[in-house]
Design a protein around this ligand. Structure first.
Ligand code: HEC
Length: 136
């Protein structure tokens, strides 16, 4: 009996996984339980992403994504709220965070963040856009 229930749970898990793989993850963040599926940015958790952002990105990109106060870099940190950044595809931004940008202060985070953590922080970066939309 218990075993049958276990099997049923596994089956449900597999169905959810297939839905994501098929690109039908329009359910947004309700896909709890498939977070380990790093192939999908929709699985990124903006709450854990925010923590990563605060710990690692904020010192250059600032609390609102527009650049930290008093930071002097050439080139300056990208304005993460700008459409120049937000119009890029998830895959492009993932790669930028993963690999960094040569000859800029934007380093490769693949050594210190897992793929899942990069999707999480990207989910948070996407939320910075919502703030942009809210402005006149
Ligand atoms: C040491 C400073 C520094 C830190 C820390 C940093 N960045 Fe950056 N980032 C930069 C700079 C500088 C650029 C602009 C590069 C350029 O001019 O193209 C940039 C660019 C970007 C871009 C835009 C890339 C593009 O497509 O143009 C994204 C997205 C980004 N950073 C995300 C992050 C995230 C997420 C983190 C934390 C995991 C992070 N950055 C940490 C300095 C930093």
């Amino acid at each position: 009996m218990v075993r049958a229930m276990e099997e049923r749970k596994m089956h449900v898990g597999r169905v959810a996984l297939c839905a994501v793989l098929a690109g039908m993850s329009g359910l947004g963040f309700s896909n709890i339980g498939v977070k380990d599926l790093t192939a999908s940015p929709k699985g990124g958790d903006p709450v854990s992403g925010r923590e990563i952002y605060v710990n690692t990105c904020i010192r250059c990109h600032g609390i609102d994504g527009k650049g930290a106060l008093g930071i002097k870099l050439v080139p300056p940190p990208a304005d993460l709220t700008s459409s120049a950044v937000q119009d890029r595809l998830d895959g492009t931004l993932f790669r930028r965070i993963h690999e960094g940008k040569p000859n800029t202060a934007m380093g490769a985070w693949k050594h210190s963040l897992s793929d899942e953590e990069i999707w999480d922080v990207l989910a948070y970066v996407r939320m910075l856009r919502a703030e942009l939309d809210g402005q006149p």
